[in-house]
Every structure is written in C-alpha cells, then in structure tokens.
Design a protein around this ligand. Structure first.
Ligand code: FAD
Length: 598
C-alpha cells in the first residue's frame, strides 16, 4: 500500500446531493460512523440546481390532496411501470420529509394562510410542489448541508470513488482518489451508499453538469448489482437553445405551471393537437378552459402544456421537425404576454436572470426559445423498495442513481421527494446492517486495492493513444443523434456499433502530465462509466419494442400491453466488458392499490 491514506467507517455515502446528505444524516442519527465522499465541493451537487420544488401531498392548497392521489399520479406518469411499493412509500412519506426540512430551518414560500406554499406541475392533479421561488434545490442543499456539518459527519470533498470492494459477496469498502493531489484513499466500510446522481453527460444537449457521468450506475454494475429501466431517459421539454454555450440549460417547468404557453413559429398554441388518449379526460381541449384553469381549478381541466414531460417533449420535437421551429431551432415559450412583469420577476427570479444574463432576453417582454434537453435518467440501480439495498449485500443506492420509483417517466418534483424519502431509508438500513455485523466485518483484500490502483493509473501507461476528450465528444454526439428523444431500430443498432468502437478507442486512450490536478485523467476514469451506461441505455432501448414514457420508438409508435408488464434489467457480462439484458415481470400490485386505477 505504500502509506496509502486509509479510513474506517460503518457507512460511506458516495455523493453529497440531497440523497447523499439525507442518507448520511439518517445513518449518523442511527449511530453509524459515517462519511460523505463527493467528487466536487460540498454544495455543488446537482440538487442545488433544482428549481421547481418538492412534490408532497401536504394538502396545503388542496385539502382533497392525499398520498393516494399522489401515488396514482406517479404511477400514471410512469405509465404503470413504476415499482409500486416505491411509489407508495414516496407518496406516503414525502409530506413528513418536507415538514422535517422546515423543522431543520428551510424557509419555504407561504400560502396566504401561512402554510408551506404548493405549486402546480405537470402530471400532478393538485398543486403539490413545496418550493422556494424557483430555487428550491438551493434551500434544500443549504438545510441538509448545514445539518450534516453541524452533526459532525466527516466529509471528503473533491474526492472521487472509482471502485467498491467486496469480501465474498459483501461490500467491504471503497477506493477513491483526491482530485487535487491524485493520491489514493481506501475506505474500510461494510455499507456503501451510492448517491451519485445521473448520467446526462453521455448526451450532447443536457441540463446536467460535468459530474453526471453515471459513476454510481457503473460502480454498482462492476460490484455485481443490476440496473433497471435504463431505456428510460427523460428529455425535459424546455431547455435553452441559444446561445450555443448554454444550449441544454434548463428552463423550469414552473414557467408553464405559472401560465407560460408553447407556440410555434406560426404563433399557434400547438399543444392542443397533441393530447394523448390516456390523458384526454383530464386535459382541457379549448384555450378558454385551459386559461380558466389557472383561476378556477375545480371546474376546469388542466392546460395541455402541463401534460407529463414525455408528452410535451415529443410534441415540441414534432413541431420543430415539421419546420415550425424558431430561428435557433426551438419553440417559443411565452409568459410575457400572459403575466405581468412583476408577477414573472417574483415567481421566476432565476429564470428572469438566466435569460437576461445568458441570452440577453427579457422574459417579461419577449418569449423564450426552448427545446428538449436530456435531463434525468429514470433507470438506475435495482434496489429493494423498503431498504434501498441492491443485489449486493451492503451496497445501497438512492436518488437519481437508483431505479424503479419513476417507471418510464418521472413527474417533476418527484425527484426531490425521492431523495428525502429514500435517503432516510437507505441511511437507516445501511446503519442497521453495519451494526448487525459486530466484529465480523468483511475485509478489504489488499490484492483488490492493488488492482484498483493499477486500473486507475492505466491511462498513464499507454503510449500513442488518443485523448479522452475526443472520445467523450464523439460519444455525446452519437448518443444525442442515435439514442435521443425519438429512436428506431437501425439507429440503435448503429449506436451499439459505435459504442463498441468507442470502447476500443478508450482501451488505448492516453492522458498526459501528472496525477496532480489533472482533468484529462479524471475524464478518462469517468469515460469508462459513461461508456458502460450508454451501452445499457442503447441495448435496453433496442430491446423495448414499444413507445412508453421517456422511450419513444419511431418504428413502434404506441404502447404494447405485452411490454406493460415487463421491466428490463441489465448486468455486466461474465467477461466484464459488455452488458447483458434480462426481462423481469413487474411485481404484482396489491388489490387495494389496484383499486385506485379502476
Ligand atoms: P446529485 O445532487 O447530483 O448529487 C450527486 C453527488 O454525487 C454529487 O455530490 C457528486 O459530486 C457526487 N458524485 C458523483 N460521482 C461521484 C464519484 N464517483 N465519487 C464521489 N462522488 C461522486 N427535481 C425535482 O424533483 N424538482 C425540481 O424542481 C428539479 N429541478 C431540476 C433542475 C435542474 C436544472 C436539474 C438538472 C435537475 C432538476 N431536478 C429536479 C432533478 C433533481 O435535481 C435531481 O434528480 C436530483 O437533485 C439528484 O439528486 P442526487 O442526490 O441523486 O444527486
């Protein structure tokens, strides 16, 4: 080991977003010696970017709202492919988790009666998102972080985990490097909680930041766990399209929740042409009814702009393809002609500044140009609904890197709720498991440490290869073009061929310089994860011969009832160089829950 830095914990949490922080707090509270390891600085996790709010049926605006309605909305939004038990736990426990955030000091916006304000979002029957203007994630991270730090939980910042160690079938620890010095660290710990977020950086146009390279997904697979629902990637309907430097940056759904409408280049409010049968009964089919809904939600149905994200993204895509796009290849999102400048600046302060500063557009006076952007991955580590444990004993996954909860499509606001509900559960269970081991803890094998070190340093050993940046850039373009919002067999097959070629190129990629702060080296390590995750997405997308939620096949345009009972699960193949697909029947929902869908 040559003096390698080493630490012993009961629970190591990989990731300091909402999921990781909530898990760490729970593990600590349950008595575990806990550490948080995160790739960037504390406070920089993706969660901080969340704008709209946390979905929780608190009933503050609509007393009619309750967990059953939230559960039903979540399942329908996911086109019934969700793990019903996760959707149930989420709907039941989210209100308590939001309340708890407030108890810990989060300052939410208020209703006129002084309750936590709740706003409208797509797919939610009632105004349900607890929020802080359009900066909810910031408040959530601030609150959780303050609590984690005040509890004295150890934090390893700018420290990237590259391997999970096992002893027999059980987790024994993790391997990481410091970004600054490039030096390695070994964590001895029987419980590892993956909370690494998503995979968006595998696509060229994305709302995700540089950290979203699917590390947790890949770490879990390499440890022997499975991923579920990987064909389902959410393309958010509204990302910025101009200027090129900010293409993909998110424009929050709250713009539509607060009255914004979508128009094509002919000035037509086109969403009325795209109301699917599945949502027809609950969607307004005239402009009059849609507009009246904002004032009187009891007697009117919701505007079609607030259909679930997959529906809206596909509609926008179709309009652009049909030649009715804006000069920069998007669609218009207009709130300026519908709400007063004061209202817009109060409700959407971040959006106002984002457009003013980045695009020189005043959203209180002119429409925004927007288009779909890769935003979220529904797929992730397959876990037990109650404990968040993966197929590997001692390995847990929570937040965006876990799968099942959202089925084929996530409703807005349901991610932040997911982080809190399942973060708490994962932390508690990981802690209980670690405590149950007593002195009989799994041990890190020194040969595995050596192998992890060699694998991490391999890109320095190659001569004459290619640099990781060009491979990453080609991969992103390829995923965008061939595995994007609309998919078809020939393109998916082509993409799998290209991924094989990228893998081959990556085998001989080379990094220059030293281990001290070397972004090229970091990318080389991330790229391995991006490649395996991309292969999972493309393979599952090719296999699912239907369109459902976030997965749209041009050659199989509708949902197929036969696929409505099946999940796709992926594991690493025996050689560890490719991925294998397995079909899995959905768990049967108990009759009392089935009743909500009668
Ligand atoms: P993250 O918050 O991304 O945290 C991941 C953590 O893992 C980071 O700390 C990172 O450093 C660390 N990490 C990653 N890899 C490694 C590694 N190898 N080693 C060590 N650490 C690692 N959802 C909602 O519900 N409501 C919203 O209003 C909303 N708005 C959004 C707006 C934007 C712009 C975006 C991009 C997303 C939004 N989402 C929203 C989605 C939601 O924010 C994310 O799904 C959620 O925050 C993910 O949280 P997480 O804790 O799983 O991961």
């Amino acid at each position: 080991r040559g003096g390698m830095e080493r630490h012993t914990y009961d629970v190591v949490v990989v990731g300091a977003g909402g999921a990781g922080l909530r898990a760490a707090i729970a593990a600590h509270d349950a008595g575990a010696r806990t550490a948080i390891v995160c790739k960037s600085l504390l406070g920089k996790a993706h969660t901080v970017m969340a704008e709209g709010g946390i979905a929780a049926a608190m009933g503050n605006r609509w007393p009619e709202d309750n967990w059953e309605v939230h559960f039903r909305d979540t399942m329908r939004g996911g086109k019934m492919l969700n793990n019903w038990r996760m959707a149930q736990l989420h709907a039941q426990e989210a209100p308590e988790r939001v309340q708890e955030l407030e108890d810990w000091g989060a300052l939410f916006d208020r209703t006129e009666d002084g309750l936590i304000s709740q706003r409208d979002f797509g797919g939610h029957k009632y105004a349900r998102l607890a929020h802080v203007g359009d900066r909810t994630g910031l408040e959530m991270i601030r609150t959780l972080q303050q609590r984690a730090v005040s509890l004295g939980i150890d934090v390893f910042m700018e420290c990237t985990v590259t391997d999970v160690f096992k002893d027999g079938g059980r987790v024994s620890g993790a391997f990481a490097y410091w970004r600054e010095s490039g030096r390695f660290i070994v964590f001895d710990a029987p419980s590892v909680i993956l909370a690494t977020g998503g995979i968006g950086k595998s696509f060229k146009v994305t709302s995700n930041s540089w950290e979203y390279t699917g590390d947790g997904h890949a770490l879990a697979m390499r440890a022997g766990a499975s991923l579920i629902n990987m064909e389902f990637v959410q393309f958010h309907p509204t990302g910025m399209v101009w200027p090129p430097s900010v293409k993909g940056l998110l424009v929050t759904e709250s713009v539509r929740g607060d009255g914004g409408i979508l128009k094509n280049s002919e000035g037509e409010r086109f969403m009325f042409d795209y109301i699917p049968e599945f949502f027809r009964a609950e969607t307004a089919d005239t402009v009059e009814e849609a507009d009246a809904w904002y004032e009187d939600k009891k007697n009117n149905r919701r505007p079609p702009e607030l259909l679930p994200r997959d529906e809206v993204a596909r509609a926008i895509n179709s309009e652009i393809k049909a030649g009715r796009g804006t000069p920069h290849g998007g669609i218009y999102l207009d709130i300026a002609s519908r709400r007063s400048p004061e209202f817009i600046r109060k409700r959407l302060p971040s959006m106002y500044h984002q457009f003013k500063e980045l695009a020189d557009v005043d959203i209180t006076a002119e429409p925004m140009e927007i288009g779909p952007t890769c935003h979220y991955v529904m797929g992730g580590v397959e876990v037990d609904a109650d404990t968040q444990e993966s197929a590997v004993t001692g390995l847990y996954a929570v937040g965006e890197c876990s799968g099942g909860m959202h089925g084929s499509n996530r409703l807005g606001g349901n991610s932040l709720g997911d982080l809190l509900v399942f973060g708490k559960r994962a932390g508690e269970h990981a802690s209980t498991y670690a405590a149950s081991l007593g002195d009989a803890r799994p041990q890190v094998d020194e040969a595995d440490v050596k192998a992890a070190q060699e694998s991490a340093l391999a890109p320095f050993e190659v001569e004459g290869g290619e640099n990781p940046y060009s491979i990453q850039s080609d991969l992103q373009q390829s995923m965008n073009d061939l595995v994007g919002i609309i998919r078809t067999r020939t393109e998916l097959e082509e993409s799998l061929g290209e991924i094989e070629a990228f893998k081959e190129r990556a085998r001989t990629m080379v990094v220059e310089g030293h281990r001290q702060y070397n972004p090229g080296w970091h990318l080389a390590l991330d790229l391995r994860n991006m490649l395996v995750v991309s292969e999972c997405i493309a393979k599952a997308a090719l296999a699912r011969e239907e369109s459902r939620g976030g997965h749209t096949r041009d050659d199989f345009p509708g949902p197929d009832p036969a696929w409505g009972t099946k999940n796709l699960v992926v594991t690493l193949d025996a050689a560890g160089t490719g991925v294998e697909l397995h079909e899995k029947t959905l768990p049967e929902m108990p009759d009392e829950l089935k009743g909500y869908f009668a």
